[in-house]
Write a protein that binds this ligand. Structure first.
Ligand code: SF4
Length: 259
């Protein structure tokens, strides 16, 4: 294993990065190259798209039961969207609402983290909510197999049930993606013991592959050679570095939207 991975925290983002291109993973997480110094304006645009930060903040305040802080600078779309969220997910006194909730899990000595947009703990169920602000419509098939779904549901079962001392059946753990730009209703992914076992195996396999890739010549213990995924270059922020090609931020959005 590379020494920079010894205390690494695996997340859906880092696993996705490796899946899209192992060399990109090396640049981002082993060498920690910060492309963010490049072209500040484009970066800010890209990042705000990516995170939907302002809308996530409104959701966080709503579920924390504090004033939303809407003012004349607030994006009108976000005001419209938060109204939809309020209607779709009214706050019910008996439930526990945990916005922007981070959990960690130690799997065979590797730390995995997940930060949920919202967790709702009910008497007999757990709901994981994720707000999608992207302008490309998602569907069930698209999100069911995402690394995010795999990691988030797995950690809900492994960590959240234990933290809250809950005995919850697999079928009562649900992941809900909501895209306020398009949907009146959320997309709900259901869980099962079979999915849980598959998820566990997949996560172990991803981490093993990441841990035992040869990132540099001095690395003695490795199983996999470092490969480049040339098909991904158009969507990659390191395109300039690898191919001396200018970065097209509008194309970069495609990556953010899970293409
Ligand atoms: S530009 Fe292409 S080869 Fe280079 S890191 Fe990005 S995806 Fe990989």
């Amino acid at each position: 294993m590379h020494k920079n991975l010894e205390k690494f925290k695996y997340s859906q983002n880092s696993i996705n990065t490796y899946k899209s291109c192992p060399l990109k993973f090396k640049y981002k997480y082993i060498e920690k190259i910060n492309w963010k110094h490049d072209d500040l304006e484009s970066r800010q645009y890209y990042e705000s798209l990516k995170t939907g930060t302002e809308f996530h903040l409104l959701c966080e305040r709503y579920f924390s039961n504090i004033p939303l802080g809407i003012n004349s600078n607030t994006n009108l779309n976000f005001i419209r969207w938060i109204e939809k969220v309020k209607k779709l997910v009214p706050i019910i006194h008996e439930n526990i609402y945990l916005p922007e909730y981070e959990v960690r899990y130690n799997l065979n000595g590797n730390t995995i983290i997940a930060k949920y947009d919202l967790l709702i703990i009910k008497e007999n169920s757990i709901e994981i909510w994720d707000w999608k602000t992207e302008n490309k419509k998602i569907d069930y098939k698209n999100v069911e197999s995402r690394i995010q779904t795999i990691v988030y549901m797995f950690l809900a079962k492994e960590v959240v049930t234990k933290l809250f001392n809950l005995s919850i059946e697999f079928k009562n753990i649900k992941m809900k993606y909501y895209q306020p730009e398009f949907d009146e209703e959320e997309i709900t992914i259901l869980y099962s013991e079979e999915k849980y076992n598959q998820s566990r195996n997949k996560i172990i396999s991803y981490i093993d592959t990441i841990n035992y890739t040869k990132y540099d010549e001095n690395q003695k213990k490795y199983k996999y050679e470092l490969v480049k995924n040339k098909k991904h270059c158009t969507y990659c922020e390191f395109n300039k570095l690898c191919n001396n090609q200018d970065i097209d931020y509008s194309i970069l959005e495609e990556e953010v939207y899970g293409c």
